[in-house]
Design a protein around this ligand. Structure first.
Ligand code: F6R
Length: 240
């Protein structure tokens, strides 16, 4: 496992974006796993900028989002369908057809279809991840099976509280989601895990230095052969 610590969001984002661009340089039809949330925003900005500067051909790249709220209208501005469209597809310069997001219907069939779509694309080459304050990856909350696959899940009160900033109030945050499982995430050939800010420091330290346990979902990444943590100083502050 590699741990890289940066002083500012721009250098952090550029380093993380280079992981994605390296994969695309090696394989123009690379499959990139896409996280939403605040942590990867500097990566998406740098990906867009560097690809433009270098004239990188992104036309064969495919993207798969990690998760989506269950029951949300995909047209809702905070659905991950909308967020991926505004924060990844448009700025990076992909087309909507290149990027897949799990169905908000969140049925067993939708979950199975998503697993099949990832497999049919040849699997994920680089999975971009954020980490929750409680150590979740995707919406795999503490207690998720370490070999779980894409499925419908309940969100914890902490996650609902954290995501209330995107909605009018906590009461408006969907209480369930569909998420790639920890087993699905672990199948990616490379994991790039971003964390920014002091609020993530305890989860980052436990995930990297603590035991591998369902109580700390991100700890499963210790078993991945190709993982890089991309942190700012605050998120890295509790590492020994
Ligand atoms: C997003 C996701 C979540 C976030 C995590 C961190 O698709 O699945 O696991 O990555 O909650 O969120 P931010 O980056 O907003 O702190």
């Amino acid at each position: 496992m590699e741990v890289r610590v940066f002083d500012d969001a721009v250098s952090l984002g550029r380093f993380a974006a280079e992981q994605v661009l390296e994969a695309i340089a090696a394989k123009p039809d690379a499959v990139i796993g896409l996280a939403t949330g605040s942590s990867p925003l500097s990566l998406y900005a740098a990906w867009a900028e560097l690809a433009r500067e270098r004239g990188t051909d992104l036309s064969a790249v495919r993207g798969f989002a990690l998760d989506e709220y269950a029951g949300i209208d995909p047209a809702h501005p905070e659905s991950y369908h909308s967020v991926i469209a505004h924060e990844v597809v448009a700025p990076v310069g992909l087309t909507p057809e290149q990027v897949f997001v799990p169905s908000a219907e969140a049925t067993e069939e939708a979950a199975e279809a998503y697993e099949q779509a990832i497999a049919a694309a040849g699997g994920v080459d680089v999975q971009i991840l954020g980490i929750g304050r409680n150590g979740h990856l995707g919406f795999n909350e503490p207690g998720s099976a370490l070999d779980s696959r894409t499925r419908r899940v309940a969100l914890t009160a902490e996650t609902i509280e954290d995501n209330a900033r995107f909605f009018d109030s906590a009461a408006d945050v969907p209480t369930e989601a569909i998420t790639q499982g920890l087993g699905t995430i672990m199948d990616a050939r490379k994991l790039v895990i971003l964390a920014v800010g002091e609020a993530k420091a305890a989860a980052v330290a436990a995930a990297i230095e603590g035991p591998v346990t369902e109580a700390m979902p991100a700890s499963i990444a210790q078993r991945h052969p190709n993982v890089v943590y991309v942190l700012d100083r605050a998120a890295a502050s509790l590492l020994s």
